[in-house]
Design a protein around this ligand. Structure first.
Ligand code: AMP
Ligand code: MG
Length: 470
């Protein structure tokens, strides 16, 4: 195998940042899914097809890799956990892509690490394929996200509540795996030098124009504000917005009990462990701000003039709800065909969402149907919809190309929960056809290539809850 173009900057950071170790080999690796575009982009097409299963399960280390597990901490459901870290993931290293972009290549489910705590360091096929599919779908929707390069079955059983399940390893590609929690761990320990080193590293890697920690904070807040607005605009619920799952790069990371909504409800929660609805659909903007406040708190620990830093950070955090709202309005206005939103459009958007919520209308299909004769069929209170539609038509009369804008912003197909569950069930039984069918449609989500996949779940197909399933 010819050497790959690894360029490992994280491994060059102080040893306090990680533990060096190799993935734990697995019994019988078998390639289930492979992303040709991503492998080309990252230069990992240098791995010959016959070696892919071995390399992307961790059985064979590519030349130039410097495997390690990263240390981090984080607030989980609002409670600080002083040590998390990669408990079942190993960073093989970084590659400079054909597009000049530096990316982490990480194996997830690759065996225990010093941060595994009670866990086995493994993942089962279900969450691996879910993350593969949903992260690629997010990318196709134009939403910043980590990517999936490969999914490999390990040939080993792993044990979860449900019993024995087939194990798998996901190869995840990310701009980096720096999280809010990476900063928190050093800040909480009072390791100011490490915090400074990390800050400089994050600036160099992601926000090269930032002049210092508070500028970095500004950059991350802006990225997160845009990201949350994008999630909201496709009905996405992340499910575990803990600070260890908030990426400094602004990419969506860690697809656990995530879900796309079918029937719209702002209070929708899927995750079985989110009893209080902390990470409900409509609460995501608040949580993003809360997470950024934790980042601010961590960053401040390195500042010489703490009072000035607190004042500056407070201003940045207080500006964030407005930033999210503006990005939210722009995204939803576009979904209504409005290219240049004004403040008044908020009411038009909110009134439609209120109608959807009252009628339990399908979020994706209602937006997609706007502008078609059939739009009112999505609602039970058709008079109320007609009244809204009259206001809406007046508003878009002066817009240059509302229909084209709507076609480009309202997906025809999203990864619906019941389809994902059906796909996983089939994959466990050895049938990858549903996975491939979904992948194909989700790669061009704004085209109506497979109308059956756009159908909301029938009563008996509804998936009421999703599980972390780690
Ligand atoms: P997550 O909910 O996937 O973001 O994971 C939260 C923390 O639990 C991280 O530190 C993970 O590395 C760790 N973790 C999750 N599942 C496992 C597992 N099966 N074995 C070891 N650690 C795990
Ligand atoms: Mg995580």
């Amino acid at each position: 195998m010819k050497p790959l173009t690894f360029d490992n900057s994280y491994a060059a950071l102080p040893q306090a940042f990680y533990s060096r170790l190799n993935p734990t080999p697995v019994k019988a690796p078998r390639l289930l899914a492979f992303n040709d575009d991503m492998s080309y982009l990252t230069g990992l097409d240098g791995v010959p097809p016959e070696d892919r299963a071995a390399v992307f399960s961790g059985n064979q280390l590519p030349e130039g890799a410097a495997p390690l597990a990263q240390l981090y901490a984080g607030h989980q459901f609002g409670t600080y956990n002083p040590q998390l870290g990669d408990g079942r993931a190993i960073l093989l290293g970084e590659v400079l892509g054909r597009d000049g972009i530096r990316r982490d290549i990480q194996l997830k489910g690759s065996g225990p690490t010093p941060y595994s705590r009670m866990g086995d360091g493994r993942a089962w096929l279900g969450p691996v394929l879910r993350e593969y599919l949903v992260s690629e779908a997010m990318h196709a929707l134009g939403i910043p996200t980590t990517r999936a390069l490969a999914a490999v079955a390990t040939g080993e059983d792993i044990w979860r509540e449900q019993g024995a399940l087939p194990g798998a390893v996901l190869t995840r590609v990310a701009r980096s795996h720096l999280r809010v929690g990476t900063f928190q761990v050093f800040a909480h320990r009072g390791e100011v030098e490490n915090l400074r080193t990390l800050t400089d590293y994050a600036i160099r890697r992601h926000y090269p124009d930032a002049k210092g920690p508070m500028d970095l904070l500004r950059g991350v807040c802006a990225a997160q504000a845009g990201l949350i607005a994008q999630w909201m605009s496709v009905g996405f619920i992340h499910g575990v917005m803990n600070t260890d799952n908030a990426a400094i790069s602004g990419e969506t990371i860690d697809y656990g009990p995530c879900a796309f909504m079918d029937a719209f409800h702002a209070g929708r929660v899927f995750s079985s462990i989110d009893q209080q609805g902390r990470y409900a659909y409509g609460n995501q903007p608040n949580i993003a701000v809360w997470n950024m406040a934790q980042l601010a708190t961590a960053l401040i620990q390195q500042m010489d003039d703490k009072d000035a830093a607190v004042a500056e950070a407070t201003e940045v955090i207080h500006a964030m709800p407005g930033q999210i709202e503006e990005a939210w309005r722009a995204r939803f206005a576009a979904k209504l065909g409005i290219a240049t939103p004004v403040a008044d459009d908020t009411a038009l958007i909110e009134d439609l969402l209120a109608l959807m919520q009252k009628d339990g209308a399908d979020f994706t299909n209602s937006f997609r149907a706007l502008g078609k004769e059939t739009a009112r069929d999505q609602f039970t209170d058709r008079e109320a919809f007609d009244a809204w539609a009259t206001r809406w038509r007046e508003r878009i009369a002066s817009e240059p190309a509302p229909l084209a804008l709507m076609q480009a912003t309202n997906p025809a197909v999203i990864p619906r929960n019941h389809r994902i569950e059906q796909m996983i069930e089939a994959a466990v039984a050895g049938d990858m056809a549903p996975f491939e069918r979904l992948m194909k449609a989700l790669c061009t989500p704004f085209e109506e290539t497979d109308p059956e996949l756009a159908r909301p779940p029938a009563q008996d197909e509804i998936v009421p809850a999703t599980f972390c399933g780690t």
